[in-house]
Design a protein around this ligand. Structure first.
Ligand code: KG4
Ligand code: ZN
Length: 312
């Protein structure tokens, strides 16, 4: 059960924190009521209440934390705080038996990170982006071209069948040997190209000309190549038993296809959640909550939202 605010924020070209918090407040109770009704369950039947403690926008997080605390308090249930990224990392385990250790690439609007998981609930950070997240780069490039928000799905769609070799956008390689990422350079390269060629933002993304479709396809190829190059290098160094691709950008068709090819080449099983579980959702928070619950993790009544919560 997902209540998306994407259409609402599209008018502003990105998420407006105050608007997001207010709409969370309006939607959270009807969404919970509908989810419970659809599942045919009642509050007394629950084992625990899991909630995203962070990271994220503090206003939105606060709404979730207060509501979760209220439900847990009223019904005498344990409260389990969850890290947003732990949710993305546990999403593939919903309905699949992932062999561990696993190497996991999390690509979202706020994060681009590589984790090693020795088991469910164990997250060891190997590398992350030094500047923009991959999804952020998609969103910024889309905004620049008038393609709307969120930009990832539009670029994904426009790139299908376009010429991804029209431009060579290179992505900086981090030279100190760490499996870190950097995406602000490629975004700037697209910006310079747009200025140099005098490309105007499109009025209707569905009618984007070939010039723009080739441009975003080339950009997408550069991002996907950089992501999978790091995943491949880490897989060769760490020798995991499986690969995980997760987070909003994991909905990208090109990334999914190329990751499948890489997994085959490496002889490893690849786990990618279905699209609805790749982009932000509550089921993944429940999945991470279950693991944390079994590990004995509990939040007190003083649990507070933490916009900069670290993982692990
Ligand atoms: O995980 P997510 O839903 O929210 C965050 O935790 O950030 O990820 C949202 C990000 C946005 O930047 C959006 O543009 C990107 O995921 N995204 C995509 C696609 N669908 C969503 N990026 C590329 N291709 C897609 N199909
Ligand atoms: Zn997310």
């Amino acid at each position: 059960m997902i209540s998306s605010q994407a259409a609402l924020h599209a008018a502003y070209g990105g998420v407006v924190p105050e608007v997001a918090a207010r709409h969370h407040l309006e939607n959270i109770c009807p969404v919970i009521e509908k989810a419970m009704a659809d599942a045919g369950t009642t509050f007394p039947e629950l084992d625990a209440v899991a909630v995203t403690q962070g990271p994220g926008l503090v206003g939105a997080l606060l709404v979730g934390v207060q509501v979760a605390k209220s439900i847990a308090f009223v019904h005498g249930k344990p409260l389990v705080p969850v890290h947003h990224i732990a949710g993305h990392l546990e999403a593939p385990g919903l309905g699949a038996d992932v062999p561990f250790p696993a190497l996991a690439l999390v690509v979202s609007g706020g994060h681009t990170s590589l984790f090693e998981m020795a088991a469910r609930g164990q997250y060891h950070l190997l590398g992350r982006t030094r500047d923009d997240a991959a999804g952020e780069a998609f969103d910024k490039v889309a905004k620049l071209l008038g393609l709307g928000y969120p930009g990832g799905p539009v670029i994904d769609r426009l790139s299908e069948g376009a010429n991804d070799r029209a431009h060579e956008f290179t992505i900086a390689r981090i030279k100190d040997g760490r499996p870190d990422f950097s995406f602000s350079g490629v975004k700037t390269a697209v910006l310079y190209h747009v200025r140099r060629e005098g490309i105007a933002p499109v009025a209707d993304p569905a009618a984007a000309p070939a010039e723009i479709r080739d441009l975003v396809a080339s950009f997408q190829r550069a991002v996907v190549t950089a992501l999978l190059r790091k995943l491949k290098e880490a897989a060769q160094a760490r020798r995991p038993r499986s690969l995980i691709l997760t987070g909003g950008v994991a909905a990208n068709r090109r990334l999914r296809r190329d990751a499948a090819t890489l997994a085959e080449e490496l002889g490893l099983p690849l786990f990618v959640p279905p699209i609805a579980l790749s982009t932000d959702n509550a089921a993944m928070i429940a999945a991470a909550g279950q693991v944390a619950f079994e590990q004995g993790r509990r939040g007190g009544w003083d649990l507070d939202a933490d916009p900069h919560l670290p993982l692990g």
